[in-house]
Design a protein around this ligand. Structure first.
Ligand SMILES: NC(=O)c1ccc[n+]([C@@H]2O[C@H](COP(=O)([O-])OP(=O)(O)OC[C@H]3O[C@@H](n4cnc5c(N)ncnc54)[C@H](OP(=O)(O)O)[C@@H]3O)[C@@H](O)[C@H]2O)c1
Length: 336
C-alpha cells in the first residue's frame, strides 16, 4: 500500500516535471506573461476607450499594436517621423475597427528632436484631454562590429533609443502623476538584458533604458496607479534589420535577410497588450530557443556565457562571411 502511494507520488511528480518541460519548450513568453494570457485581464476589458500614445507606429511592432488597439476600441495617438506612413496606418485602423476619425490623432514626431516634445504633448492633450498609456516603441537597431564602427553611431543610438525615449517620458509622466494613473510601457529588447555581437551600441542603449525605467519605477511607489513596464522582445518580424545602423550613421544595411524564423508581429503585439492589461513590470517575449536564453541569463549566467560565446562566435563568423546574421545561428559559414 505504502509502496503504491509512493509510486503514485513519484509518478505525479515526474508527470508534473514533464508537463512543465513541454510547456517551456512550447513557450514564447515568460511564465508570468503566459499566466496572464491564460487567466489574467483581457486587453479589451482594460484598454477599451483608453488613450494610447504609440511611438514608432509607422511600421513593425508599433503598427501592429495600433491595429490591435484600434480593434479593441482604444483611442490612439500615432507617432513616428513619416507622416504618410502614419496616415496609412490610421486609415487601416479606421477600416478594421469602429473608431471614428477623431479617435485617432496622427502626430508626427522625431524622437531626436527633443525640443519639439513639449509641443507634441500639448497637441496630444488638446486633442484628447488626457493620456492613459504611453508606449515608447520607436527605435533603431545595429548590425556592425565595434572595431569597425564609428563613434557617431554610438552617439546616434543613445540619442534615439535612450534620450529620445527619456525625453518623451519626461513630458508625459507629470501628466500621469497629476492624475494618479497611467502606464509608461517601453519596448526594450532581449539585448537590454543580455549581450549580443553586432549590437554593442544598440544593446547599450537598451541596457540604459532598462536601468532608467527600473530606477524610475522605484521613485513612483507613492503612485500605485502608475505602471512602468519594460518589454524585452527577442527576434520579431518587422523592418528593424532593414532600418538598423551599420558602421557609419548613413550607411544602410546591405541585405536585411530572412524574417521567417522570427516571431510574428501580431503575436508579439498581443502579448504586449496582455502585459499592459495586467500591469506586468517586465515582459520577456521570444520564441525558443531565444526564450531559454533569458532564463539562462537570469538564473544560470555561467551557462549563459558559455552558450553566448559559442553562438556569438558563430554569428560573428557568419557576419564576416557575408551571411544573414539573424539566421546565421542556424546556417553554416561559407567556406570559399
Ligand atoms: N523586431 C525585433 O526583432 C525587435 C526585437 C527587440 C526589440 N525591438 C524593438 O522594438 C521597437 C520597434 O521596432 P520594430 O521591430 O517594429 O522595427 P521597425 O519596423 O523598424 O519600426 C521602428 C519604428 O521606429 C520609428 N523611428 C525610427 N527612428 C525614429 C525617430 N528618429 N523618431 C521617431 N520614430 C522613429 C520608425 O518610424 P519612422 O521611420 O517613420 O520614424 C518605425 O515606426 C524598437 O524599439 C526595437 O528596438 C524589436
Amino acid at each position: 500500500m505504502d509502496l503504491s502511494v509512493t509510486s503514485l507520488l513519484c509518478l505525479g511528480a515526474l508527470l508534473y516535471v514533464v508537463v512543465q518541460l513541454v510547456r517551456f519548450v512550447r513557450a514564447d513568453a515568460d511564465f508570468t506573461l503566459l499566466w496572464a494570457v491564460a487567466f489574467g485581464n483581457k486587453p479589451e476589458t482594460k484598454l477599451r476607450g483608453k488613450v494610447v500614445w504609440i511611438t514608432g507606429a509607422s511600421s513593425g511592432i508599433g503598427e501592429e499594436l495600433a491595429y490591435q488597439l484600434a480593434r479593441l476600441g482604444a483611442r490612439l495617438i500615432l507617432s513616428a517621423r513619416r507622416e504618410k506612413e502614419l496616415d496609412r496606418v490610421k486609415h487601416c485602423c479606421l477600416s478594421c475597427s469602429t473608431l471614428l476619425e477623431e479617435d485617432i490623432l496622427v502626430l508626427p514626431l522625431d524622437l531626436l528632436e527633443r525640443d519639439s516634445h513639449e509641443a507634441k504633448m500639448k497637441t496630444a492633450i488638446e486633442h484628447f484631454g488626457n493620456i492613459d498609456v504611453l508606449i515608447n516603441n520607436g527605435g533603431r537597431s545595429q548590425r556592425s562590429l565595434f572595431l569597425e564602427t564609428r563613434l557617431e553611431v554610438y552617439q546616434a543610438l543613445m540619442d534615439l533609443n535612450y534620450l529620445g525615449t527619456v525625453s518623451l517620458t519626461k513630458q508625459v509622466l507629470p501628466h500621469m502623476t497629476q492624475r494618479g494613473t497611467g502606464a509608461v510601457v517601453t519596448v526594450s529588447s532581449v539585448v537590454g538584458l543580455a549581450g549580443a555581437p553586432l549590437a554593442t551600441g544598440y544593446s547599450a542603449s537598451k541596457h540604459a533604458l532598462q536601468g532608467f525605467f527600473n530606477s524610475l519605477r522605484t521613485e513612483l511607489t507613492d503612485y500605485p496607479g502608475i505602471t512602468i513596464s519594460t518589454v524585452c522582445p527577442g527576434p520579431v518580424q518587422s523592418q528593424i534589420v532593414h532600418n538598423a545602423f551599420t558602421e557609419q550613421v548613413d550607411k544602410p544595411v546591405s541585405a536585411p535577410g530572412d524574417q521567417m524564423h522570427k516571431m510574428p508581429t501580431a503575436r508579439c503585439a498581443h502579448l504586449i497588450l496582455v502585459g499592459i492589461a495586467n500591469r506586468i513590470k517586465e515582459m520577456w517575449i521570444a520564441k525558443q530557443p531565444f526564450l531559454a536564453f533569458y532564463y539562462a541569463w537570469q538564473y544560470a549566467p555561467t551557462l549563459a556565457w558559455y552558450l553566448t560565446d559559442l553562438l556569438g562566435r558563430k554569428r560573428v563568423q557568419n557576419f564576416k562571411a557575408g551571411l544573414d546574421a539573424d539566421s546565421a545561428y542556424f546556417s553554416k559559414p561559407k567556406t570559399s
